[in-house]
Ligand binder design. Structure first.
Ligand code: SF4
Length: 213
């Protein structure tokens, strides 16, 4: 039986993306090959517990959710994330995957909404971006820039235009919590009339940095 290493499974409100505010089960896989300077889930880098896919799915089912978000860490760093996603889709959930953009997304089940980062220079991990992923994105997916400062914003704007990202999928601009004022990013987006969705991490306003929220 295929297994994944799991840091936590919990029920909360989705704090970002297209389904923000909707009750969602989060399945957090352990481990990440990146080290973004602003990472808020370092506790998921190590440890965790090996679980069979059926065991994971049973835990999810106990919450009776409509939405399930597979996150990390970097979930795709574990090969068995692929069959886990497919099993969740087969059970009828609306499944999303949060991924760093550094791993190949081509094998992810087509029913999954991939929420993929493009790492900005401010993350310190820009060199890990796997640009081949961009052409795999479609209208069901979302592409997210976490913006740390004005230079990151200008970089993201350039990538947006260069790859015509908004014609491929929904594009999200998110200010780094506690570092860039959301209102400042909002003003830049409006001033430039960018075809993106500005978002804030709602869960941080509700619960701060509390784990399992
Ligand atoms: S990719 Fe995500 S989990 Fe990994 S270091 Fe960056 S922010 Fe943290």
């Amino acid at each position: 039986m295929a297994q994944c290493r799991i840091t936590e499974i919990f029920y909360s409100l989705q704090g970002e993306s297209r389904t923000v505010g909707l009750p969602t089960v989060f399945v957090r896989l352990t481990g990440c090959p990146l080290r973004c300077g602003y990472c808020d889930t370092e506790y998921a880098f190590h440890g965790g517990q090996k679980m069979d896919i059926e065991e994971i799915v049973a835990k999810v089912a106990a919450f009776n959710p409509r939405y399930v978000c597979v996150t990390g860490g970097e979930p795709l760093a574990q090969p068995n994330c692929i069959p886990l996603l497919t099993t969740l889709c087969d059970r009828g959930y609306e499944v999303s995957l949060e991924t760093s953009g550094a791993m190949d997304i081509s094998q992810v089940d087509k029913r999954v909404s991939r929420v993929m980062d493009l790492k900005t220079p401010g993350s310190g991990e820009e060199s890990k971006n796997r640009y081949e992923n961009i052409e795999l994105l479609n209208a069901h997916d979302q592409l997210k820039f976490v913006v740390c400062h004005r230079d990151d914003y200008d970089w993201a704007k350039e990538k947006l235009h260069q790859h015509q990202l908004n014609e491929r999928c929904e594009v999200l601009f998110s200010p780094i919590h506690g570092q860039l004022q959301p209102a400042e990013l909002a003003e830049w987006v409006v001033e430039d009339n960018l075809p993106v969705r500005m978002q804030i991490q709602m869960h941080k306003y509700l619960w701060g940095e509390e784990k399992g929220r």
